[in-house]
Design a protein around this ligand. Structure first.
Ligand code: SF4
Length: 351
């Protein structure tokens, strides 16, 4: 990772007040990255046990520890006043949180929020797609690493691929478009699943994203198990269709490619081989009310206590947000000897 000069080292007289003036309007870190994208985990519970994410035996947090929909909406309102306009709901599995459409309805009504998305494993999507769409949800990512029931079970330690496919069909009927399909690429599996997934998504008009396997789960991470973005693109280009680079939004994690024959797009999220931390605009709120300024953050800021004060000290919540973002490290350091894996695993952070 290139050494970037943190803003705080470049200070001239008046610099501090200039930064404070900026921070009163936007969430900026010491590297000058502006944060407008908030990922909100609404539960740590899940109905799958993906090997790269969580242990088989897991103790989930008690409901009383989780932020209520009203507390989440209050936090989002404070964040929106500081320039956040995108919210993505994650888990665990967010659809395990009862009546999630009610939260969606609250969030789309927050002034300044222009985009509400959801990442789900799709197991409960068939039942909930219509209500979520009616509530104003428009962006949908469905996690699916394998179409083959046997390999699906091997990766998730549960059955259910047919439920995910039924959920995708229901989401399409409900009006979601485009629908993105996220697949974690692990060597030993991906070689068998990349092509079937690519063909399935071309046939059904879904936008496919492959995510490089990251050290954020319960199991010990091995670099040898990363099936790299370049290998994935090469395989698809040879077996499915020639690919050309598509437009790329620098703040978006995915590098998108289009099929030369016009048959859709496929993307790669190359967190390990091509880190995109330099353009990161994301912050995270965990289901139990902790702020994480990076997926790989080693420390957190508690805002649940503040959100449960009555009345809620919104300026204190805003200050906590500003401080957390300002303290953000340059990047994840996965490729550095200094890398330290966070204690919290993916299911308790949210994608
Ligand atoms: S690892 Fe952290 S800094 Fe890098 S892109 Fe992800 S959230 Fe942003």
């Amino acid at each position: 990772m290139s050494a970037r000069t943190p803003l705080r080292l470049a200070g001239e007289a008046g610099f501090q007040s200039a930064i404070e003036n900026l921070q009163s309007k936007i969430l900026i870190d010491s590297f000058g990255r502006v944060h407008n994208n908030l990922r909100v985990s609404v539960t740590d519970r899940c109905n799958l046990r993906c090997t790269y994410c969580m242990p088989e035996d897991v103790t989930f947090r008690d409901r009383s520890e989780l932020l209520t929909f009203e507390e989440i909406a209050t936090f989002v309102r404070v964040a929106a006043a500081l320039g956040v306009n995108k919210v993505r709901l994650t888990g665990g599995e967010p659809l395990m949180r009862k009546e999630l459409h009610k939260l969606v309805r609250l969030l789309v009504a927050v002034p300044g929020i222009t985009d509400v998305g959801l990442t789900t494993n799709g197991i409960l999507l068939e039942e909930q797609a219509g209500a979520l769409f009616d509530a104003g949800l428009r962006r949908l990512n469905v996690s699916l690493d394998a179409l083959d029931p046997g390999r699906f079970r091997e990766l998730t330690r549960r059955n259910g691929v047919e439920k995910v496919l039924a959920g995708l069909a229901a989401a399409k009927r409900a009006g979601f478009a485009p629908i993105k399909l996220n697949a974690v690429a692990i060597r030993g599996f991906a070689e068998h699943d990349v092509i079937p997934l690519a063909r399935y998504c071309r046939d059904h008009g879904f936008e496919l994203r492959f995510i490089e396997y990251m050290p954020i789960g319960a199991e010990a991470w091995e670099r040898d198990k990363v099936f790299f973005a370049a290998e994935i693109l090469d395989l698809i280009g040879r077996e499915v269709g020639a690919l050309v680079p598509a437009n790329h939004d620098p703040s978006a994690p995915a590098l998108d490619y289009a099929y030369r024959d016009g048959g859709g797009t496929v993307g790669v999220i190359a967190s390990v081989s091509r880190p995109f931390c330099a353009q990161c605009n994301r912050i995270r709120l965990t289901a139990d009310g902790k702020l994480r300024n990076c997926l790989f953050a080693l420390d957190e800021t508690d805002v649940r206590g503040l959100l449960r004060d009555s009345p809620v000290p919104e300026s204190a919540v805003a200050d906590a947000l500003r401080r957390s973002v300002w303290a953000k490290r340059e990047g994840h350091e996965i490729n550095a000897a200094t890398f330290v894996k966070p204690d919290r695993t993916m299911h308790a952070i949210g994608g």
